[in-house]
Design a protein around this ligand. Structure first.
Ligand code: TYM
Length: 344
């Protein structure tokens, strides 16, 4: 595995991240990634992708794929990503993602990709029946990032291993082609209490769209009543909110709710414990639900407004694809030269 620092890399500092157009985003996607996307715009050039090529690794859905992409684009904008300042685009609209993936397929080692735990989780017991695309998913992710020579990648903690693989691919490409610092070694931005949001019912499981019970997650489009009911029914225990972090030990569900409160208000966990320590969940849960509803309701309303106007959304995505291609194409041309592919 690679070193964290790469002071020799002299290219621009650039943020890249993406989300799959799976049916509906949840609070984990928002706190683990989207909220950070918004904040990073003040400090970096940012490129945010909707990864439809990743979405088809688990099966086709031609009737809904495009509208699901639009919904994620609407979520980005509704949450505060500004399409004038940041680039928002759909992965398949920039064909070079595929080309760089092939080159990286020839750089990445089987053993590296076989270690990926997300593949093992998603493939389940019968990996032989998974698509080759699902196995190759993290190599496409590395291509997404490095096609823009991105230096920083805001993601949730579940993506840590994929980011390590991206760094290893970048490092091996640079070494193999005797091109030191050609690619940056992208740094994951994972820190903060939002990085790992857990199920509302089971603190050992990640909040996820694939959980069969909707009560385990807050969807970005849930209304205030649904949020209140899900938070009130969230698993806790008979003790009050602790006064310090030590008191969270062995109380995964309580730690999760306190972490959600901290992440959504952009405060520290200690700060939240100072306010609620010693109080019961009869006080804490309604306060959390109201805070969440106040944050998410305007986002849901704006998403509805944006998705109703397909033409405007498509214009933003077309403009985004052009801006993304303008960065990607010269880098891809350099890659072709470094690899030694024929050019007339
Ligand atoms: P996706 O769509 O599965 O997840 C999108 C983002 O949400 C984060 N996330 C969470 N964060 C905290 N707690 C949770 N329970 C939770 N669930 C999801 C994910 O970590 C992610 O940041 N493979 C990526 C998509 C991708 C990508 C990229 C990301 C494709 N190419 C290039 C960065 C750079 C993914 O997990 O998507």
């Amino acid at each position: 595995m690679t070193d964290a620092a790469q002071p020799q890399y002299k290219g621009p500092q650039r943020v890249f991240s993406g989300m799959q157009p799976t049916n509906g985003l949840h609070l984990g996607n928002y706190l683990g990634a989207l909220q950070k996307f918004v904040r990073l715009q003040d400090h970096y050039e940012c490129i945010y992708c909707i990864v439809d090529l990743h979405a088809i690794t688990t099966g086709p859905d031609p009737e809904n794929l495009a509208s699901r992409c639009r919904e994620v684009a609407a979520a980005y904008i509704a949450a505060g990503v500004d399409p004038k300042r940041s680039t928002i685009f759909i992965q398949s609209a920039v064909r070079e993602h595929n080309e760089l993936t092939w080159i990286f397929n020839c750089v990445a080692r089987m053993g590296w990709v076989e270690r990926m735990t997300q593949f093992k989780d998603k493939a389940g017991k019968d990996a032989q029946r998974s698509s080759v695309g699902l196995f190759d998913y993290p190599v496409l992710q590395a291509a997404d990032i490095l096609l823009y020579k991105a230096t920083h990648v805001p993601v949730g903690e579940d993506q840590k291993q994929h980011l390590e693989l991206s760094r290893d691919i970048a490092q091996k490409f640079n070494n193999d082609h005797n091109a030191p610092n050609f690619f940056p070694l992208p740094e994951p931005l994972i820190q903060g209490p939002g990085a790992r949001i857990m199920s509302l019912r089971d603190g050992s499981k990640k909040m996820s769209k694939s959980d069969p019970s909707d009560m385990t997650r807050i969807n970005l489009t849930d209304d205030a009543d649904a949020i209140m009911s899900k938070i009130k029914k969230a698993t806790t225990d008979a003790h009050p909110v602790p006064e310090s972090k030590d008191g969270l030990e062995g109380r995964a569900e309580v730690e999760n709710l306190v972490g959600i409160f901290a992440a959504v208000t952009e405060r520290s966990v200690e700060d939240v414990l100072t306010e609620f320590g010693g109080k019961g969940f009869g006080v804490f849960k309604p306060a959390l639900a109201e805070t969440l509803a106040a944050k998410l309701s305007p986002i849901a309303a704006e998403m509805r407004r944006l998705t109703a106007d397909t033409a405007s959304l498509d214009a933003i995505l077309k403009d985004g694809a052009e801006k993304a291609a303008a960065v990607a194409q010269p880098i891809m041309a350099e890659v072709r030269d470094v690899v030694g592919l024929w050019r007339a």
